[in-house]
Design a protein around this ligand. Structure first.
Ligand code: ME8
Length: 530
């Protein structure tokens, strides 16, 4: 079995700094990468910046900067965000890198040579903000005087006062007519359909996959892959007057990072990617264009694509101009990274659209980590110390909790295998609830006073400590720093190192003994609502 795991984030544009929406994709990829790593996989986790874009050029111009110093500055700022969130990527790639240019030109030449790229001319509407061509159905009408907008399907009377605009950028698209090169997507229709059939969970969640399939059933149009007017980007090897436009340049990053010549890294083993994490806006490109482009260039296809929904803030699209773009590093510094991770990964099913609600984020953290988890851990430590159980605490797990544990492991493992992070966390907090109930019912603090009940108390305390140990192992991929502190509180300091040495399964199946010697500092402080 392939013992590698390759996960990617989208390549983020560098005309701005990543906000909470970008952090969402990166945190998903990071948790999955960490889980695979402790589960015996050699992991490659790549994140990147999409630099060869008109947006970046416009932004540099706006700031009066040359393009390269601007891109250097932005790449550094992107890196700072991911480092600030302790996103443990293994590769950070910039699309202006020479190795990427080389690879893209090679694959373009291959597809040109086999007849999949051809020359044509089209007149299309193009929205600079979206970096994409628009059809009428992608636009809305706007009354120039009142600013009112109407769906394109409405019966509004067309006059000089009515214009068609992009609903996201509220701008009239440019009309372009130029020589372009096109990719022969239509040729791959049947191959794509066969591939989807053989890989029924290629795109997750399922409803997104259904949309992709429905789209391929309707029609597959060849798409433009180059621009005559753009000057910044990768030149086509067979026509140097043109540069590649978006998809060849952006998507083949995923292959570039596997194409280093570093013998020791053995990077080529990582392709095909196991998982691309992207939002629904670019799912069509990833699930339709991308496999076709790979087939044309003779590459294997990625295993899965995980599609996220939209995050809004106060139900508004996240945007710098609306001042609602939450900086994930600042947010984490104010509250905690655990609060951010817990809220966005445990509250929302991947794939659905959600509103980011700070109040809800605090309530979720207070309930799940500050109350549910910390109360249990604190009780375990305080009671163990009180009972003078400083000697090795070793016993057996109470049968009731043992049965719950087995169910919990099953739910957790199955959910992680489907990248259903909400379910993995739900199953964990459900299990913690059951342990908390168990403690409240058993009242070990009362039983402790009875000499005859000492063995029973030992079993209860062992059960609590063992449950916390299991939960912390399972929460490690989500909260690596905090769980390392939990291991310390349980006097299991060496766990972090062992996990990083792929010993998760060994630790999970180990019969541990607990030797708690001191009270732990508060690990999960409650936050007040503002
Ligand atoms: O699209 N909600 O770059 P980009 C959820 N360069 N996710 C969000 C989000 C939000 N409000 N805002 C951003 C591009 N994201 C291209 C991609 S890939 C080969 C090329 C996340 O800077 C989401 O994962 O606009 C989305 O795919 C990515 O950021 C888009 O970042």
């Amino acid at each position: 079995m392939k013992n590698t795991f390759f996960v990617t984030t989208p390549i983020y544009y560098t005309n701005g700094i990543p906000h909470i929406g970008h952090a969402y994709s990166s945190l998903i990829a990071d948790s999955i990468a960490r889980y695979q790593k402790i589960n015996w996989k050699q992991v490659k986790f790549s994140t990147w910046v999409d630099e060869n874009s008109q947006k970046a050029l416009d932004k540099a111009e706006e700031l009066g900067m040359e393009i390269m110093p601007y891109l250097d500055m932005m790449a550094k700022e992107h890196k700072q965000v991911w480092d600030g969130l302790n996103i443990k990527y293994t590769d950070f790639i910039r699309t202006t890198e020479a190795r990427h240019h080389k690879l893209v030109r090679e694959v373009l030449q291959k597809s040109f040579d086999n007849g999949d790229i051809y020359e044509g001319e089209y007149e299309w509407m193009y929205c600079v903000g979206c970096e994409s061509f628009k059809k009428d159905e992608d636009l809305v009408f706007r009354n120039k005087t009142t600013g009112e907008t109407f769906p394109i399907s409405s019966s509004v009377k067309i006059s000089e006062n009515i214009e068609k605009i992009c609903p996201d950028h509220l701008k009239v698209p440019q009309t372009l007519k130029e020589k372009n090169y096109f990719f022969r997507l239509s040729k791959y229709e049947q191959k794509l359909k066969d591939f989807y059939k053989k890989n029924p969970s290629f795109v997750m969640p399922q409803d997104r996959f259904n949309e992709v399939i429905a789209f391929t059933d309707r029609w597959l149009e060849d798409f433009s892959i180059s621009r005559e007017t753009n000057k910044f980007g990768i030149k086509l090897p067979f026509d140097e007057t043109q540069v590649t436009y978006v998809w060849y340049d952006a998507l083949f990053n995923y292959v570039t990072v596997c194409d280093t010549n570093d013998f020791w890294k053995n990077d080529s083993n990582f392709w095909p990617a196991d998982l691309h994490v992207v939002w629904k806006d670019i799912i069509r490109f990833h699930a339709i264009y991308w496999p076709a482009m790979l087939l044309s260039a003779g590459y294997e296809l990625p295993k899965n694509i995980l599609t996220t929904g939209y995050f809004t803030v106060d139900w508004q699209k996240i945007s710098k101009s609306l001042w609602n773009a939450i900086d994930p590093v600042e947010f984490s510094a104010k509250y905690s990274k655990d609060l951010l991770t817990l809220y966005i990964l445990s509250s929302f099913n991947i794939g659905q659209d959600w509103d980011f609600d700070q109040k809800q984020a605090i309530l979720t953290y207070n309930a799940k980590l500050a109350n549910n988890f910390w109360n249990l851990l604190n009780r375990a430590v305080v009671l163990t110390l009180k009972m003078d159980l400083e000697s090795w605490l070793s016993s057996k797990v109470d049968k009731y909790i043992w049965d719950n544990t087995k169910k919990y492991f099953k739910d957790y493992d199955e959910a992680f295998a489907r990248y259903d992070l909400k379910k993995t966390l739900d199953s964990t907090f459900r299990f913690l609830d059951s342990v908390n109930n168990y403690v409240t019912t058993k009242e070990p603090w009362t039983l402790m006073k009875d000499e005859a009940k000492q063995e029973e108390v030992k079993t209860i305390m062992y059960t609590i400590c063992e449950s916390i140990r299991q939960v912390s192992l399972n929460l490690y991929p989500f909260f690596p720093e905090k769980m390392s502190e939990v291991f310390e509180a349980l006097n299991l300091k060496w766990y972090k190192e062992e996990l990083e040495l792929w010993k998760y399964n060994e630790l999970r199946n180990k019969k541990e003994t607990f030797y708690i010697k001191e009270k732990s500092p508060i690990l999960f402080e409650k936050f007040e609502l503002e």
